[in-house]
Design a protein around this ligand. Structure first.
Ligand SMILES: Cc1cc2nc3c(=O)[nH]c(=O)nc-3n(C[C@H](O)[C@H](O)[C@H](O)COP(=O)(O)O)c2cc1C
Length: 170
């Protein structure tokens, strides 16, 4: 399966990055094709709410920036992994911009190939995940109807092992 991981952490050696590397290695060992995009290293603006994508654009966004790379992946990705640090009770702003821009390609419906979503979160304190979980459950599992591929935080017991198992059972 093709898997797209969106890394919302700007820290190359942070906890989110280590969670992703465990996930990637385990999934690739099982034969999956994993692409990781560091969204903080990209030029991705927020959604303009201009509705061009749902009218004249027919699914294309009016803004020409690095989001085009992500839209291209979304056409044939089977699983989406949203990985982020928690900033003020939510995912990072950089990843939130990407999710808002999903409006062009995942709203009102995800492409046929996209079946699953998972979330990896890192925070300083425990019990910081309600905001991110609400969006994951409501927008990705609920609205888009994607299968739950797992939800792991750095405050889960043996979280790296949990991520490994999650990647091995995609
Ligand atoms: C702008 C900012 C806001 C943060 N807000 C929170 C927060 O609300 N709750 C929390 O537990 N940690 C918060 N943190 C700490 C990070 O979530 C924590 O350091 C996390 O491990 C960073 O992930 P990373 O190592 O992958 O970059 C914040 C950090 C930054 C820089």
């Amino acid at each position: 399966m093709k898997v797209l991981v969106l890394n919302g952490s700007p820290r190359p050696n942070g906890i989110t990055a280590s969670m992703i590397s465990v996930f990637k290695e385990a999934a690739e060992n099982k034969g999956h094709e994993v692409a990781v995009i560091d969204v903080c290293r990209k030029n991705i603006k927020g959604c303009l709410a201009c509705e061009f994508c749902h009218n004249k654009g027919e699914g294309r966004c009016v803004q020409k920036d690095d989001m085009e790379e992500i839209h291209a992946h979304l056409k044939d990705t089977g699983m989406l992994v949203l990985a982020s640090p928690i900033y003020y009770h939510g995912i990072s702003g950089q990843l939130k911009c990407v999710i808002d821009r999903f409006y062009a390609s995942l709203y009102p419906k995800a492409p046929e190939s996209l079946k699953k979503a998972a979330m990896l979160l890192a925070s300083g304190d425990p019990d910081m995940y309600t905001g991110a979980r609400f969006s994951f459950d409501g927008d990705f599992l609920g609205y888009l109807g994607l299968e739950d591929g797992g939800f792991v935080t750095n405050h889960d017991e043996n979280f790296m092992e949990k991520i490994r198992q999650m990647a091995e059972t995609i």
